[in-house]
Ligand binder design. Structure first.
Ligand code: FES
Ligand code: FES
Length: 152
């Protein structure tokens, strides 16, 4: 089947019940998206499907014909970071880093829908993305910075 990943049309031949997460990591070599719980409880595997944040561990590839998938690799480049990635660097958000690509993808999706979120908005939307290192205060600060920079 065909799907678009980070702007490129990709052809994959896999069982229809294979999770998108496996397709990204094993078939397409896009290892920025992480496997955490595998049961849609941690958010480590968050990507965008047609612009909406989704848990790739619980998304069957067979349901995605023609979909547009964006992963962390498709956001910015080292030379031109996405505003959210730049804010993450500015606030030194990451600790061990494991949860962070999912956090960034969720934050980008949040700002797409709500360009000026309050602390409550942020906590509500980001609460499904767990961080064992407890970087939540820095995540919140970085989202506010990214929101300001995207507006300006
Ligand atoms: S690995 Fe998908 S939500 Fe945890
Ligand atoms: S930075 Fe370590 S789990 Fe979030």
């Amino acid at each position: 089947m065909e799907l678009t990943v980070n702007g490129e049309l990709r052809e994959v031949e896999v069982a229809p019940d294979m999770p998108l997460l496996w397709v990204l990591r094993e078939e397409l070599g896009l290892t920025g998206t992480k496997f955490g719980c595998g049961i849609a409880q941690c958010g480590a595997c968050t990507v965008h499907i047609d612009g909406i944040a989704a848990r790739s561990c619980q998304t069957r590839i067979g349901d995605l014909a023609g979909a547009n998938v964006t992963t962390i690799e498709g956001l910015g480049t080292p030379e031109a970071l996405h505003a959210v990635q730049a804010a993450w660097v500015e606030h030194q958000v990451a600790q061990c880093g494991y949860c962070q690509s999912g956090q960034v993808m969720q934050a980008v999706a949040l700002l797409d829908l709500n360009p000026a979120p309050t602390n409550e908005d942020i906590d509500l939307v980001m609460s499904g993305n767990l961080c064992r290192c407890g970087t939540y205060p820095r995540i919140r600060a970085a989202i506010h910075t990214a929101a300001r920079n995207l507006e300006g």
